[in-house]
Design a protein around this ligand. Structure first.
Ligand SMILES: Nc1nc2c(ncn2[C@@H]2O[C@H](COP(=O)(O)OP(=O)(O)OP(=O)(O)O)[C@@H](O)[C@H]2O)c(=O)[nH]1
Ligand SMILES: [Mg+2]
Length: 459
């Protein structure tokens, strides 16, 4: 079913709201969309890129793209977003292209959606609504489901205004004034019910977040380095996680793989696994939700705690789909998002993934062929499924984690022998000296270590 209709029906059912559903005359087997973009201030390249991304998003939810319409205007039309001539043109082509939904590349106001639906007599959805539907389809864990529902409600609440008008018009036959009144009353009730559900969701989410932050604090207290996979959606983060688990996860973890799939937003929650490569220091690896440009505000707000996961890492692995011609732009968006969530200063390793595809292309084009894996400073070119690549990656991670360490002197009281053996086991102790007042050691410590052992440090 077409996603906007689905969202409205679902909304109707779940919250008992009588919103308007357009009974489209074009009952096609498949959902076929006309995409519409308005260029107000973007360069041609940027505009084309964002339209291509809309195409990918559309396909991600199994909608066929039937046609694309674009227009340049310095200011969007208040009532219909695009100019009225363009609206007519689209209306006339719905049959030609066998299309039954229109998807706009930007956020439309609830009123613009209503106006357009009325003129075109078909469902109209904007970029936010589309991404929300993708997230709703992908959400598996309880937390992700709560976050998506919360985002949907935030998105739908202001759209109730339009629905209310419909209600008052549809009211029963007992006198005009009371009709109008009942519609408004109904609207008020709907609104209250939804606000109530939103606060319920907020509470539930707070609880889930509390659970998660307890687990996270446990990790923060442990001395193992924390590494986070971040990057644009579909770059290969989960594939790297799974292949590292396959190689180094140990028996108990080898099966604890995460979902990897060639689709946008395959992962919507956070998984943390311990990676123990022989001959290397172990570290914790976190896989989480991918980024995209212009992620809807409601989703950013609802997914804040999941998106912020990277903030707690010692080292960030920024995974880049090197085979995507837009990879530079994806890196910009990722950098911007990392700064926004307060993770802009964490050291980064740039993982140029899917280099096998680039290599293959170079071979086909008779070009100079790149080496995979290859390391250049803090950049590494890999294929996520190739063992040599992963071994080099682990080596680079260890090196980067090591760079975050400082050599410190500690004076441990004699009853703190446990701490000494712990640090010795981890191989970070450089020297020990037994003094009358305690054991003096030099050790290379990470920032969290330094916090933890601060009491022993003021020699
Ligand atoms: N050829 C090739 N394909 C890869 C490589 N890494 C990942 N893929 C494929 O790329 C697709 C996306 O991989 P995922 O690991 O799900 O991507 P992700 O970054 O976790 O994506 P989201 O969870 O949506 O943010 C899958 O079909 C993978 O098999 C690689 O190095 N080479
Ligand atoms: Mg993933």
């Amino acid at each position: 079913m077409n996603p906007w209709k689905e969202l409205k029906l679902d909304f109707r059912k779940r919250y008992k709201v009588k919103n308007e559903i357009y009974e489209n005359t074009r009952q096609l087997d498949k959902v076929r969309a006309i995409l519409v973009g308005l260029n107000t201030d973007k360069s041609d390249d940027d505009f084309e890129r964002s339209m291509n991304e809309l195409k990918e998003l559309t396909k991600a939810i199994d909608i066929e793209v039937a046609a694309v319409f674009t227009q340049s205007l310095s200011v969007p039309d208040k009532g219909t977003y695009i100019g009225s001539g363009k609206v007519d043109e689209i209306g006339a082509s719905l049959d030609v292209f066998d299309a039954n939904i229109i998807i706009f590349n930007d956020s439309l106001s609830p009123m613009q959606v209503r106006n357009l639906e009325k003129i075109l007599d078909t469902e109209v959805i904007d970029r936010t609504g589309l991404i929300l539907q993708i997230f709703a389809k992908r959400a598996r864990t309880r937390e992700a489901r709560l976050q998506v529902e919360s985002a949907q409600l935030q998105y739908m609440l202001p759209r109730l205004v339009g629905m209310g008008k419909t209600l008052s018009r549809q009211g029963g036959g007992s006198g005009r004034l009371s009709n109008k009144g009942s519609g408004e009353k109904q609207l008020e009730l709907d609104r209250r019910r939804i606000e109530h559900r939103m606060s319920e969701l907020r509470r539930e989410l707070e609880n889930v977040e509390k659970e998660r932050s307890t687990q996270r604090n446990k990790r923060l207290r442990s001395d193992i380095g924390r590494v986070s996979l971040v990057g644009y959606t579909n770059a290969g983060k989960s594939t790297i996680m799974n292949n590292l688990l396959r190689l180094y996860g140990g028996d108990s973890l080898r099966d604890k793989t995460v979902l990897e799939k060639d689709m946008l937003f395959a992962t919507l929650d956070t998984s943390v696994r311990k990676i123990e490569a022989p001959g290397h220091r172990p570290f914790l690896l976190a896989d989480t939700v991918g980024f995209i440009s212009e992620l809807p505000h409601a989703l950013v707000k609802a997914f804040k705690s999941t998106l912020e996961e990277a903030k707690y890492a010692d080292v960030i692995l920024e995974v880049i789909d090197f085979s995507d011609p837009e990879y530079r732009y994806h890196m910009e968006i990722t950098q911007k998002t990392l700064s926004e969530i307060g993770a802009g200063d964490i050291p980064v390793i740039y993982v140029f993934n899917k280099s096998d595809i680039v290599r293959q292309q170079q071979e086909e084009d008779n070009m100079l062929v790149m080496d995979v894996p290859r390391i250049r400073d803090d950049r590494i070119y890999i294929c996520a499924k190739d063992d040599d690549s992963l071994e080099e990656l682990v080596t680079l991670i260890e090196k980067k984690l090591g760079e975050q360490e400082t050599e410190c002197e500690l004076l441990l009281p004699y009853n703190e022998g446990g701490t000494l053996s712990l640090l010795t086991e981890r191989g970070v102790v450089k020297s020990t000296e037994y003094l009358p007042e305690g054991i003096k050691i030099t050790a290379t410590l990470t920032a969290p270590d330094i916090n933890k052992y601060a009491a022993y440090m003021n020699l």
